[in-house]
Design a protein around this ligand. Structure first.
Ligand code: G4P
Length: 531
């Protein structure tokens, strides 16, 4: 290792690796852009947006990416803010929502949950939230678009607590939520931060005027109505709300809430400052047989995402590795868990949209894209100590299912190879019906676009035409305990029993009602929605 232990610890301490989870249109692109702006990573707001727009442009290359369901937007954005080094992990959303979106969260040390103040907690946020909750990572809530009319802030808190099952504690409190936004009251600093819109659509950093809540200047500024309402609401919060408790935040049991408006920059920098102070740096990582401390001398990391054919001119894949311990150096030799061999990491890259930059050195919390000639699998461990394996990446519940066969039965071999490849990349999940031969599979996917990706790639890369029949199933449940042989379970006529690729029994259901029906009639049956 070329640096001292103290230097390594300092590099770890200043790192924050997080993902922003939200429903489409809540303002993730806008918020990301503003964070980058404060970090000086971009000089003009609008560049992330431009990339987002470019995603829908139709140059040939983009078209292919689009058809393959591959997000062209940057996968990881690294920038410095003050002494911090920040890694924002992009979670693909919208129509290319897939298992990758979930898996990315496994590489994050914390999450920012972005909510549109007028819409509240939406479907995609709920799904992503549950993955964060399962991992027990801290979740910070930013309620956006407060410059417009929003839901009542108490109702929003209640929604977060009831729908997501997490306690919440507002760090600031909005003043004027009917489209008459005046600013926020900062509960920690006990001061009012006035909303000043510069009408520049947030292209410049906006400063706020501050002062104490009792200051008569603010009563004058806010007016009697807003001021007295604020005083009442703050009193109610102080009495009835959950107290701030950093230990609970770090365990993912309590989410600090910040109100703001990303587009006008309002509340973004105060949020960033608080977030950086409260959120954890990279911590110990559990591998199968041992827990690795980030400051360990041994390098370790795991692969959480594989992106195929980013550039059709080189049929390469990129494997994304999260660094867990030690120092990463280009050309280092590491032990690769799934092949059991030593390999050299010679072309590591950091990605910022389409720009790739060669990485010479990286630290715990950083994400490195590794050139993949086809050897990496999701969940591979890479280490210099030689004996690490990792099984920390769960499979996520598919919500769409289809039956597939190859139109030409002579192409069975390519068909199998293609399916296996896509399942290794994690784009699809493969199930088989126990009594049906290997010509036919049930495919599960997290997003419906994955079926198009499957058809397109099997045709283009394996020359196999698929016969694909969509099925009505919406839920997969793994059997973890059963009172009898799974085939003898009392099931509804539409419930299907299949096995996953590891020979585990899985039940496919059309709706929640049938899940409950089966559970009610088979005492002792335990089902899980994640493998
Ligand atoms: P996403 O990545 O989560 O999908 O959301 P994105 O940032 O693209 O924002 C979605 C829309 O919400 C955009 O409007 C954006 O300008 C708007 N928006 C984001 N933050 C705020 C905010 O704090 N206040 C208000 N009022 N609007 C906000 P659009 O009409 O789709 O795009 P554009 O016309 O602004 O380019």
């Amino acid at each position: 290792m070329g640096i001292s232990k103290e230097q390594l610890i300092a590099e770890i301490e200043r790192r924050r690796t997080f993902a922003i989870i939200s429903h489409p249109d809540a303002g993730k692109t806008t918020l990301t852009e503003k964070l980058l702006l404060y970090g000086g990573a971009i000089h003009m707001a609008g560049s992330v947006k431009a990339r987002k727009a470019a995603k829908y442009a139709t140059s040939d290359w983009m078209e292919i990416e689009k058809q393959r369901g591959i997000s062209v937007t940057s996968s990881v954005m690294q920038f410095n803010y003050k002494n911090y080094c920040i890694n924002i992990l992009d979670t693909p959303g919208h129509q290319d929502f897939s298992e990758d979106t979930y898996r990315t969260l496994v590489a994050a040390d914390s999450a920012v949950m972005l909510i549109d103040g007028a819409k509240g907690v939406e479907a995609q946020t709920i799904k992503l939230f549950h993955v964060c909750k399962m991992r027990g990572i801290p979740i910070f809530t930013f309620i956006n678009k407060m410059d417009r009319a929003s839901k009542d802030p108490f109702a929003l808190m209640q929604e977060i607590e009831e729908v997501l099952g997490i306690q919440s504690c507002p760090i600031n409190w909005p003043i004027g939520t009917d489209g008459d936004f005046k600013g926020v009251y900062n509960r920690k600093l006990k001061q009012i931060e006035l909303f000043t819109s510069d009408n520049k659509h947030g292209q410049a950093i906006v400063g706020s005027t501050r002062g104490s809540v009792d200051d008569p200047v603010f009563k004058d500024l806010l007016g009697e109505h807003y001021h007295s309402r604020l005083v009442d609401e703050i009193e109610l919060l102080d009495v009835a709300g959950d107290n701030f408790d950093l230990r609970k935040v770090l365990k993912g049991e309590l989410t600090p809430i910040f109100f703001g408006s990303a587009i006008t920059n309002f509340g973004v920098e105060p949020f960033l400052e608080e977030f950086l102070q409260m959120s954890p740096p990279p911590g110990p990582q559990a591998f199968n047989d041992k827990t690795v401390e980030p400051e360990s001398e041994d390098f370790s990391g795991f692969i959480f995402k594989i992106q195929a054919n980013m550039n059709p001119n080189h049929r390469d894949r990129l494997a994304f590795m999260r660094i867990c311990s030690g120092v990463f150096e280009r050309n280092m030799q590491v032990y690769h868990s799934s092949s059991g061999k030593m390999i050299r990491l010679s072309q590591p890259q950091q990605l910022m949209a389409q720009e790739r930059e060669l990485v010479e050195v990286a630290y715990p919390g950083d994400i490195v894209g590794l050139f993949d000639p086809g050897i990496f699998r999701i969940g591979d461990a890479l280490s210099t100590s030689g004996n690490l394996t990792f099984s920390g990446i769960p499979s996520f519940p598919a919500e769409f299912f289809a039956r597939v066969t190859a139109k030409d039965t002579m192409k069975r071999k390519q068909f199998l190879k293609g399916l296996t490849q896509l399942s290794e990349e994690g784009a699809i999940q493969i199930y088989k019906q126990p009594d049906i031969g290997i010509e036919e599979f049930i495919i599960g996917a997290v997003g419906v676009l994955q079926f198009e990706v499957l058809e397109y790639r099997l045709k283009n890369e394996y020359n196999v035409d698929l016969r694909l029949t969509h099925l009505n199933y919406r839920h997969a449940r793994w059997i973890t305990e059963t009172p009898c042989d799974p085939h003898d379970l009392n099931k509804t006529s539409t419930t299907m029993i299949v096995k996953d690729m590891h020979d585990n029994y899985v039940l496919l259901f059309e709706n929640e009602w049938s899940i409950q029906w089966v559970l009610d009639r088979n005492k002792g049956l335990v089902l899980r929605d994640i493998s």
